[in-house]
Design a protein around this ligand. Sequence first.
Ligand code: SF4
Length: 413
Amino acid sequence: MELGHSSYPRRKTRRITVGDVAVGDGAAITVQSMTTTKTADVEGTLQQIYDLAMAGCDIVRCTCNEPEAAEGLAQIVPRSPVPIVADIHHQHRMALAALEAGVQCLRLNPGNIRKPAHIKVVAQEAKDRGVPIRIGVNGGSLDPELYERHGGRVTPEAMVESAERELAYFDEVGFDDVKISVKASSVPLMIEAYRLLADAVDYPLHLGVTEAGPLPGGLIKASVGIGTLLAEGIGDTIRYSLTADPVEEARAGRALLEALGLRERRNVDLIACPSCGRAEIDVIEVANQAQAAFGDREIPLQVAVMGCVVNGPGEARDADIGIAAGRNRGHLFVKGQNVAVVPEDKMVDALVEWAEVIHEHGVEAALERAKATRDAARSAAERDRQSLLAAQGSDANQAEVRIDRIRHTTRGT
Ligand code: SF4
């Protein structure tokens, strides 16, 4: 399998379109997030939407919880760079107002808009306007009747039944422009609910672990839940629900899809060694500096920061561009080939400069650029490598010394 490309077979689904973004039926899996501003604050919300779009977000949801929010949406939607979904809870009239504002999708929670007449009037209006609806079941706000009937617990079966009941109401008005989510804050629960749902319906699915929480736990829960399902071919659009700046949600969603090979790389994929006794630099600090230097720049390359020239270039030989530290200098390598040597305090600048060259002109051009320096670079790297091996030996992490001590302790010798 080619690096960075997925071989996970995708579940066959129908397709819907949210504005101009396709969801389902083999379309690129999309990243969603939600604004945290008051929707009535038009400029503040638009600023956040632009930030989210820059970070790789394809679709943005805004709450529509009051008439002022709906009025805000009427101004936000025409100026937004991505389609807008209105999040509706409790009041079906806010769904009708959001449709009037021109949103490209609604999210309805079947747990808190429960009157069939209300659900059907919204579905009819969405149908007339050609606007899709996400049925957004949430374990924490499951319909109380379903909760009781399923033993006073939130079960995968109860969540799927909630979605199916909503589908049946939609069906009564001939509306099927739908995607569905069955989110829970428990990862095993949401995984099982989505698996059941994927077997029961062929609508596209929106994946998420709801209320995943702050970093790093929230990131881990969402990645495991969403990633497990994506690797099974389930899921057409995703959202990380983190207690963090929504831009982090968009970055995380995008990074997950890229890591699974489900979206083309958009930004730098920064890899770095975990550091060890051989490290010649503070790898964490240099990696953080590199991360900040590249930021959200659209340079779709893999960039490596490696702590030593002894093992770094070999371990990161697949990276497009990398740097490994040795004897107070940095050894730059392109696809594993040494190309230049730079002072230690210029390592990050050099990474950025060479990444730009590769991005604009390709790897071959970068190697051509290094024609005059690569022989010297290779010799310098080998000299530093031998010098470090001579100074540190082949056991720089002192594993063998420790093993001797362990044997001494356990054998009492
Ligand atoms: S051996 Fe070198 S490249 Fe590997 S973890 Fe240690 S410092 Fe990093």
